[in-house]
Ligand binder design. Structure first.
Ligand code: FAD
Length: 375
């Protein structure tokens, strides 16, 4: 079994490391600050159709497969670690405030039903019977009971624990790729020096193209997509809603213990993570229009994270154009949802199997001409 260096200890890198070590590989994760990237900012919605756009059917297929694998992935992780991940089958309620939004929701309902997901159209009265705190101005809604959620910070804790338990080495340093001729042979770090590997898996999220030592032909087409998000909490610990609530420009994810995540902006601002007054204002305004009681909640945290975006919004999974280097990056808005399938396909690939069918459309070669498997 191979010696593998995983660059990046976010949800993707840790999940890949866990699945690799489970197959008998020797694994080192290198990250100066594991769990500090987009994964710890994410809302944690596991909603395969929620973020899908027309023309992204193949991504949707991958997301659905990962969603199907989630219950087993979480059960195994929680059993192995004793850590609760906040995984909940809470369902989503998409709501419309006017006829235009209702027309958009109707199309969304047809799309979801067409791919076999359960959806139920609801009148305004039915929505408010289900979620009494919804504004009386809501015109109607769409109930998607299959949507789920997880607390990404708890997921990261559990993944760290299981990696440690299963013998993954953690090196808290910045990795520079090491090459011998036209082959990647491992990484170097300031303190530890050379860490050799039969394969290196690049899981550095939006920082993937910035990792030092990347040969020019293997720089992944990944860019940061800023997302600002709020964490609110009720003083009494009472849950605002049972379901995740989605409006046109905002979503609310109740954790079930009085905490609510309100998100998120989508901004092209490079590596800027400043929280702006305008974004906080807009998120709170939009959230209050759906649930007026949001105004009573305490603000716990406001922050911005950087999604790893790609030109087609889909991840890069597979061998790069340089021998010995694989990519598991570019998960954009779905990295928490896609963690189980990413981990399974990358572990299979790095251990010498052919790319599983479900991941074949996401090989990095779709943006380049060559792809090289290690000898
Ligand atoms: C506001 C917001 C809301 C979101 N909501 C959801 C959601 O509801 N559901 C969902 O599925 N997804 C969501 N996402 C997307 C999700 O967060 C990302 O797709 C996912 O976290 C990407 O994980 P990652 O492990 O690839 O990257 P990251 O979590 O960013 O981790 C990358 C890691 O690489 C490390 N690194 C960087 N450079 C180096 C180097 N040179 N050497 C070593 N390590 C390095 C960093 O320290 C970091 O720990 C959201 C994102 C944002 C910003």
């Amino acid at each position: 079994m191979p010696d593998v260096v995983v660059v990046g200890g976010g949800a993707i890198g840790l999940a890949v490391a866990w699945r690799l070590v489970g197959r008998g590989a020797t694994v080192t994760v290198v990250d100066p600050s594991p769990g500090s990237g987009a994964s710890c900012v994410a809302a944690g919605m596991l909603a395969p159709a929620g973020e899908a756009q027309f023309g992204e059917e193949r991504l949707l297929t991958l997301a659905l497969e990962s969603w199907r694998r989630y219950p087993e992935f979480v059960a195994e992780l929680e059993l192995a670690t004793g850590c609760a991940t906040g995984y909940r089958e809470s369902g989503s309620l998409f709501v419309a405030r006017d006829v235009d939004e209702w027309a958009a929701l109707t199309r969304e309902g047809e799309f979801r039903a067409g791919i076999g997901l359960d959806v139920v159209a609801m009148t305004s009265r039915e929505c408010r019977a289900l979620e009494p705190r919804l504004s009386p101005r809501i015109r109607g809604g769409l109930l998607a009971d299959g949507d789920r959620q997880i607390d990404p910070r708890r997921l990261l804790t559990a993944l760290n624990v299981v990696c440690e338990r299963d013998g993954v080495s953690m090196v808290r340093e910045t990795a520079t790729l090491a090459c011998d001729g036209d082959r990647v042979t491992g990484v170097t770090t300031p303190e530890r020096g050379q860490l050799a590997g039969d394969a290196v898996v690049l899981c550095a999220g939006c920082w993937s193209p910035l990792v030092a030592g990347l040969p020019p032909e293997a720089v992944p087409p990944v860019r940061p997509v800023k997302g600002q998000i709020l964490r609110l909490r009720s003083r009494e610990g009472e849950s605002l809603t049972g379901h995740m609530i989605h409006g046109r420009d905002v979503y609310l994810v109740p954790r079930g213990d009085g905490r609510v995540v309100v998100g998120a902006t989508v901004e092209e601002r490079g590596y800027d993570t400043a929280v702006t007054a305008g974004a906080v204002h807009d998120l709170l305004r939009d959230a209050r229009e759906l649930i007026p009681d949001v105004a009573e909640l305490e603000v716990e945290e406001v922050e911005a994270g950087l999604r790893p975006g790609t030109p087609d919004n889909a991840p890069l999974l597979g061998w790069s154009a340089v021998e010995g280097l694989a990519f598991a990056t570019g998960h954009h808005r779905n990295g928490i949802l896609l963690a189980p399938i990413t981990a399974d396909v990358m572990a299979a690939l790095v251990c010498g199997e052919v790319m599983p069918d479900e991941a074949a459309p996401f090989t990095p070669s779709r943006f380049a001409t060559a792809s090289t498997v290690p000898a």
